[in-house]
Ligand binder design. Structure first.
Ligand code: 5GP
Ligand code: MG
Length: 175
């Protein structure tokens, strides 16, 4: 197992901070008057969500869902299930889904489809990272942070077997 110090930094904490500020500016422009419901996907998005909402200076509400996809630890299987659902009502709300990373798109396509059936007033997606080369299911990312290469990444909420979430930056686990 690599030590945390041995992993190459792909996105520094400084770049993450400026990316969050840029995304927050875009989101503020569109949602300031809308009291949006931000929905984070646990567990990976919690660090990004925490930094993002502290850059948003208007009324909003938060909720989280926990999804699982069965398969190998570094790959999505295609079978997504909700293991912890929403507490909030989605109907007629302006919903913004907040995700750490879009890979094949399977998880997001499932969740967006699930939420759409609940008839929100609007439904958009904000993702910190995107691996476009891996996409299998099309997903529109309305607010995108950074495109990243096809490497397995950890840190800033992203894990490998529940480790590395506490790294302040994004690092490459496998090279
Ligand atoms: P998708 O359904 O788009 O294939 O996968 C999305 C989920 O897989 C992400 O929310 C994330 O939890 C996980 N994932 C995808 N790529 C990575 C990665 O490079 N590192 C980590 N730690 N998780 C990833
Ligand atoms: Mg995730």
């Amino acid at each position: 197992m690599n030590t945390q110090e041995g992993l190459r930094v792909l996105v520094s904490s400084k770049v993450l901070a400026s990316t969050v500020i840029r995304l927050a500016a875009e989101i503020s422009r569109d949602y300031r008057e809308k009291n949006p419901l931000l929905i984070g996907i646990l567990t990976g998005s919690f660090v990004f969500m925490a930094d993002l909402i502290r850059q948003l200076d208007f009324p909003l509400e938060l909720d989280f869902v926990r999804l699982t996809s069965y398969g190998r630890s570094t790959q999505t299987s295609g079978c997504v299930k909700i293991v912890q659902g929403l507490r909030s009502l989605v109907k007629s709300r302006h919903v913004l889904v907040v995700e750490d990373i879009v890979d094949t798109g399977t998880t997001l396509a499932f969740l967006l489809d699930y939420l759409k059936k609940k008839k929100p007033a609007s439904l958009k997606l904000c993702a910190l990272l995107d691996k476009p080369s891996r996409r299998r299911v099309p997903v529109t990312i309305d607010y995108l942070g950074i495109n990243v290469p096809d490497k397995f990444l950890v840190g800033y909420g992203l894990d490998c077997d529940e480790k590395y979430r506490n790294l302040p930056d994004i690092r490459v686990l496998e090279e």
